[in-house]
Design a protein around this ligand. Structure first.
Ligand code: ZN
Ligand code: ZN
Length: 167
């Protein structure tokens, strides 16, 4: 189960209405971001319309940048770890395999540099990366969780008709 954000709303749909404000900073939304939808109950057909989160351009930009950096850091870690693992397994001479950890470190540093340049959060931003996560709870109930308390509050109001009272 993915880690949820502190402000959670239970609804009886996996396609709730999102208030037309940026889910990160709360300003007017200019675009949408397609998050990973919550896992559905076994046997439920996938809906045709994707889950779309309203985003402003600024936040879309920093979200994308931080995800790119996250992917690169993961890759860097893999290069470093597998470089080291290969060295231990094969026990070959150090020169070739030493490229692994070194390249991993270089990638990691590069990713950090991009992070500093491109992830420009505003003071009003709820987070640099994803700020909403949703999970299937049980039966028809899905939990939508937000990093932003005010957005969670508006979301609750927008979905008043489909709120789930379950604890
Ligand atoms: Zn925003
Ligand atoms: Zn933001």
């Amino acid at each position: 189960m993915p880690r949820l954000f502190p402000h959670q709303v239970r609804v009886q749909t996996d396609r709730p209405r999102f208030p037309d404000r940026c889910v990160c900073c709360g300003e007017d939304a200019d675009t949408t971001y397609r998050p990973t939808p919550p896992q559905r109950r076994r046997g439920m057909p996938e809906p045709d319309d994707p889950l779309l989160l309203p985003y402003c351009f600024d936040c879309f930009e920093h979200l994308h940048a931080s995800q790119t950096v996250g992917t690169m850091q993961l890759l860097a870690l893999n290069v470093a770890v597998w470089g080291v693992a290969a060295m231990m397994i094969a026990n070959l001479g150090g020169t070739v395999l030493a490229i692994g950890p070194a390249a991993g470190l270089a990638l990691y540093i590069y990713a950090r540099k991009i992070a500093a340049e491109r992830i420009r959060k505003k003071p009003s931003c709820a987070g640099a990366d994803i700020v909403m996560r949703s999970v299937w709870d049980r039966r028809e109930t899905y939990i939508f969780s937000f990093a932003s308390e005010s957005y969670a509050e508006e979301f609750r109001k927008a979905n008043e008709g489909v709120l789930s009272g379950g604890a």
